[in-house]
Design a protein around this ligand. Structure first.
Ligand SMILES: [Mg+2]
Length: 277
């Protein structure tokens, strides 16, 4: 198994459940990141949550004590923007169900945000994890989808984990609602496990898939995507998946570890075996 670890040059790190939980950084995360850097292994933080812009995510990481640059962050919003550029290159006007922070990201990328009006016609409808959702805008999204506009979802998650005494209804559930209302499923669902989430990282760092480890706490997003992209899958048990669930999940991830702390130790061992004696 060390042969697989020895090849690793880059880590795609899921965030919630992998490097922190809610607003609490795991006590081993900083040491893990430092030792990765010392071993010459770079990393990108990856999230399906499109409700925060790059600037807001970098601020959140900084608050937790992690210094990162914009190039070290990849969110489902960026994945959606890259998907639009490639598949709908003439689209300029979008009708989003998303937070103001997400809309800012689209505006920065050159998109115009349509008003909630039947006279303000979009090229594409973007459905996201909209923590500012209104009944009117939900209806307007349905109206445009019914009219045949491309229907793009930023991420498949039905629920976003929260430690608050409520439920955060996520993008997948909003899409299910719109599908029931319009009879149309999304034309594309970005975010993990869509392989485009890793494709951007592979291209950016000129990596072969075997040189990239996807590290996360969820089987059906993080590990499914590693599998799809041919990357090394590292499942950690600090988030959603229990040891019992991990043991029976198929296809089996390349590594199942208690946390990223053990991953750091294994990477160091694998690298040491490489060092000349
Ligand atoms: Mg996670």
């Amino acid at each position: 198994m060390n042969a697989k670890l020895r090849k690793i040059r880059h880590l795609a790190l899921d965030m919630d459940g992998t490097i922190y939980k809610g607003s609490t950084l795991f006590d081993f995360t900083k040491d893990f990141l430092r030792s990765a850097r010392e071993m010459g292994i770079s990393y990108t933080f990856l999230t399906n949550n499109p409700s925060k812009s790059m600037v807001d995510y970098l601020a959140k990481l900084k608050d937790l004590g992690i210094e990162a640059e914009a190039s070290q962050l990849y969110t489902s919003t960026q994945c959606t923007i890259e998907y639009l550029l490639e598949n709908y290159p003439t689209a300029k006007r979008i009708f989003p169900l998303g937070t103001p922070s997400m809309c800012e990201e689209f505006k920065k990328a050159g998109y115009e945000i349509c008003e909630d009006s039947h006279l303000d016609e979009p090229d594409v409808v973007i459905v996201a994890f909209d923590m500012t959702l209104s009944f009117e805008r939900l209806g307007r999204a349905g109206w445009w989808i019914k009219k045949g506009k491309p229907f793009i979802a930023t991420n498949p998650d039905y629920v976003c984990p929260t430690d608050q005494p409520t439920m955060w209804v996520d993008c997948g559930s909003l899409c299910a609602c719109l599908q029931a209302a319009t009879g149309r499923a999304p034309d594309a669902i970005l975010g993990k496990p869509h392989p485009n989430m890793l494709r951007g990282i592979l291209q950016r760092h000129s990596l072969h898939p075997s040189e990239l480890a996807m590290v996360g706490d969820r089987t059906y997003t993080d590990m499914a995507m590693a599998q799809c992209a041919g990357a090394v899958g590292v499942l950690v048990l600090t988030g959603e998946t229990t040891a019992e669930e991990a043991a029976v999940y198929s296809p089996k991830p390349d590594f199942i570890l208690p946390s990223i702390k053990e991953l750091g130790q294994k990477l160091a061992e694998a690298k040491q075996q490489l060092a000349p004696v």
